[in-house]
Ligand binder design. Structure first.
Ligand code: SF4
Length: 330
């Protein structure tokens, strides 16, 4: 691909974005690096619609600044993240805010502008650092997310791309004079035109330079992935209409409240049903048992309305639904 072809494509991308770009997204209408950083973290593994409708605004209302975020207890941050999944993102946001507060030494904390510095912060990898640099600080660098990767694979006929090649192509293609619109456009083209199935090449501003347009669905090659299944027995300790939950200390769902998983449920338990939940790397199947205690055997008990104020995971939410369904039928 020649420099001239790339310049022509950049112009088309720019024109396309001016006409069709989703420039009304709130994180595209702000200059606040914290708001942009937050949106980038929320949008990892999560659709724009979900972030927009349920999480972005309430989170910012509760924690309007990096200082407010870092000063808040982690439990409150996790509560605002509840249901969004991948809770490490919330823990790392909180840790980053605290790190920046420490570095600011009494002044208002701010994110660093350079990729090398951004990448040192908890949970900020190469992709997020580039996105924050490009969108918050208008630096002439490309962004890389799933949609952009797919476009690059098709443009350059990459079946099984490695990161090094993808970044090389991304840097070659980025419009250094207009990085903000260019990057937003690439993400929008990937989300609306260069779809995984049946991309609409006739509508695409990259069509002229695209090597993969004859056979787009062959790039990249889809990896077939069989998700392993993990089974767990969950024993609900119930006393006086209250349920016992503990705060997790292990790596998985760390600091979230949840129900006890046991090797073997106690004899006096009753099997009340099964819930399943699929994570990125495995599917969790929980056999749920109810155990009615005659006197409290655990440390913490909560009514269902009290549980609503705790940060719990999706799978524990499902377990509560199952429990409520069971007692309503008793
Ligand atoms: S021409 Fe088709 S395959 Fe190529 S980038 Fe555009 S939509 Fe994707």
């Amino acid at each position: 691909m020649t420099d001239r072809e790339i310049s022509a494509a950049q112009l088309k991308i720019k024109e396309w974005y001016a006409r069709y770009g989703r420039d009304n997204l709130p994180w595209r209408m702000t200059d606040d690096p914290y708001h942009i950083y937050l949106s980038e973290v929320m949008l990892q593994q999560t659709q724009v619609k979900t972030v927009l409708e349920r999480y972005y605004f309430p989170f910012l209302k509760k924690f309007p600044t990096l200082k407010a975020l870092g000063d808040a207890p982690l439990d409150e941050v996790l509560k605002m993240w509840e249901g969004l999944g991948y809770y490490n993102r919330a823990r790392n946001l909180h840790k980053t805010a605290q790190t920046l507060i420490g570095q600011a030494q009494g002044a208002a904390p701010t994110l660093p502008t350079e990729i090398d510095e951004l990448i040192k912060l908890p949970g900020i990898g190469k992709n997020t650092a580039h996105a924050v640099a490009a969108f918050a600080f208008k630096q002439p660098v490309p962004v890389m997310e799933a949609n952009v990767k797919r476009i690059l694979c098709r443009l350059f006929l990459l079946k099984s791309p490695n990161d090094k090649h993808l970044w090389e192509y991304a840097y070659r293609l980025v419009d250094k004079n207009n990085p903000f619109d260019y990057n937003q456009a690439m993400m929008d083209i990937g989300a609306t035109i260069c779809l995984p199935k049946k991309p609409e090449c006739g509508e695409c501003p990259l069509e002229e330079i695209c090597n993969g347009k004859k056979d787009p669905e062959h790039y990249p090659v889809k990896k077939s992935r069989k998700v392993p299944v993990r089974e767990q027995n969950i024993q609900l300790h119930i006393y006086d209409d209250k349920l016992s939950l503990t705060q997790r200390t292990g790596k998985f769902l760390h600091r979230l409240w949840g129900f006890e998983s046991v090797e073997m449920p106690q004899c006096a338990t009753r099997h009340i049903g099964m819930v399943t939940h699929t994570y990125t790397h495995f599917k969790l199947v929980c056999n749920v048992f109810a155990y009615y205690e005659t006197e409290p055997e655990q440390e913490h008990y909560f009514s269902v309305s009290e549980i609503k104020k705790l940060a719990i995971s999706k799978v524990d939410e499902k377990i509560i639904k199952l429990y409520l369904h069971t007692i309503s039928g008793e």
